[in-house]
Ligand binder design. Structure first.
Ligand SMILES: O=P(O)(O)OC[C@@]1(O)O[C@H](CO)[C@@H](O)[C@@H]1O
Length: 409
């Protein structure tokens, strides 16, 4: 089934340059039996409701709301927010065409985003009262941050301290990239990420040379990093940010995070602080990096920002003017993760060889995507890579085994 994203600036840009607008690429819905998107709605979301229910001693009100939400997403139709909700008007606009339809028949991107909004509503996250502002995913994030995997990754930094800057840069970039595989919404179905040479061989596109060229040491660059997951992804993101500042690839870094809990492990300001505390208290090189980052934040060399748009069910083509201006003023915007990629190029079943440059031509300023492949969306592959992957028979688009670094200068 295909739906038009009206006024998609990516398509307008493509038309202007004479490139194929590709408006016929189908929008991803969740009604295809056996599809990745259907599995997320039919299996992951109900399981997540149960996990959240088990993680807190919620009262009857929350349990009833979670029961209702579970019924609605499995057998019902999409219901609007109550008119008393503070963001009712936004969602009334965004969901106009979707309310009253099966959750499976509306765009996947929209359905997932609205599911998280409704889950927060069910546990009273936005209501004045005792559960206001209590992150329903915090126990999962905390367990990960305190776990052995993070401790091991932090210890491994000691071995990197004295390697040549270029080698260190590559290792830290790859750590940040593969950290994306560790999102908690995805973890249940994935093993451990590859490391070292194996990780490099799983890159389906690698524009890392262009990325470093965009950030020459000593230039007065500002880098915008749009974070994805907390914990095992945000820790290596912060370590990469330290490297950018320390080696003067960036004079300033602006780290954009979510304003409220989203997609289980997406990072908010509180998660940045938790990661920094984890780094600061670590021994050796990790502790030194933590100390530098803490100082960088107090000096505003590292600034954390948030914006409601980051939890909106919209592609980046529809970003508001203030966010557009923020990205425009950056030397490079680095978008982390799968969801940011879907929002960047459009959540459609593109031909894998469609041009990344064309799809992102609308984006203000230079943009880099660092993402492990965990959904059906992909563009920018060369013909031979695409053909080899397609004939491999592997679930390379969705299993998180492959990754990409794509840059449009
Ligand atoms: O943005 P992230 O954290 O890299 O990935 C989010 C994600 O796991 O969530 C969706 C399933 O819920 C997938 O489309 C996507 O892969």
């Amino acid at each position: 089934m295909t739906e038009k994203i009206s006024g998609d600036p990516g398509e307008e840009a493509a038309r202007a340059t004479g490139a194929a607008a590709a408006s016929d690429a189908p929008v991803i819905l969740s009604n295809e039996p056996g599809s990745f998107a259907r599995g997320v709605l039919a299996e992951r979301h109900p399981a997540l409701i149960q996990q959240v229910r088990d993680a807190f001693p919620y009262g009857r009100r929350q349990h009833e709301a979670l029961d209702d939400l579970l019924d609605e997403i499995t057998t019902g139709v999409v219901e609007p927010l109550a008119s008393t909700e503070r963001d009712h008007d936004h969602w009334a606009g965004w969901g106009r065409e979707h309310f009253g339809r099966s959750w499976y028949d509306v765009p996947f991107l929209w359905a997932e985003s609205y599911f998280y909004r409704r889950l927060l509503g069910a546990v009273g996250y936005f209501d004045a009262g005792p559960w206001q502002g209590v992150d329903p995913f915090a126990p999962f994030k905390q367990a990960e941050l305190e776990g052995d995997a993070v401790a091991q990754e932090l210890r491994a930094l000691d071995a990197l301290a004295n390697v040549p800057a270029e080698e260190r840069a590559t290792a830290l970039l790859h750590a940040s990239l593969w950290g994306n595989r560790a999102d908690l919404g995805f973890r249940a179905s994935a093993g451990e990420p590859e490391t070292g040479d194996a990780a490099a061989s799983m890159l389906v596109a690698d524009d890392s040379v262009s990325l470093w060229q965009a950030l020459p040491a000593g230039a007065p660059s500002t880098v915008a990093v749009v974070a994805d997951n907390a914990g095992r992804e945000l820790v290596p993101d912060l370590i990469l940010i330290d490297h950018l500042l320390e080696q003067r690839h960036a004079e300033r870094v602006v780290l954009h995070v979510k304003p409220s809990p989203y997609y289980v492990s997406d990072a908010m300001t509180a998660d940045v602080v938790d990661c920094l505390r984890r780094l600061v208290k670590a021994p050796g090189e990790a502790g030194r990096i933590g100390g530098r980052l803490w100082k960088a934040m107090t000096a505003d060399d590292l600034e954390v920002r948030t914006h409601p748009f980051f939890c909106a069910p919209l592609p980046y083509g529809e970003m508001p003017a203030d966010l557009r201006a923020a990205f425009e003023s950056a030397t490079l915007t680095l978008l982390k993760g799968d969801l940011n990629y879907r929002r960047l190029v459009g959540d459609r079943l593109w031909d894998a060889t469609a041009s990344f440059a064309d799809r992102t031509a609308y984006f203000p300023g230079s943009v880099a995507a660092l993402r492990t492949l965990k959904s059906d969306v992909i563009v920018g592959l060369d013909q031979s890579t695409s053909a080899a992957l397609e004939s491999s028979g592997a679930a390379w688009r969705t299993s998180g085994t492959h990754a990409l670094i794509q840059v449009r200068g």
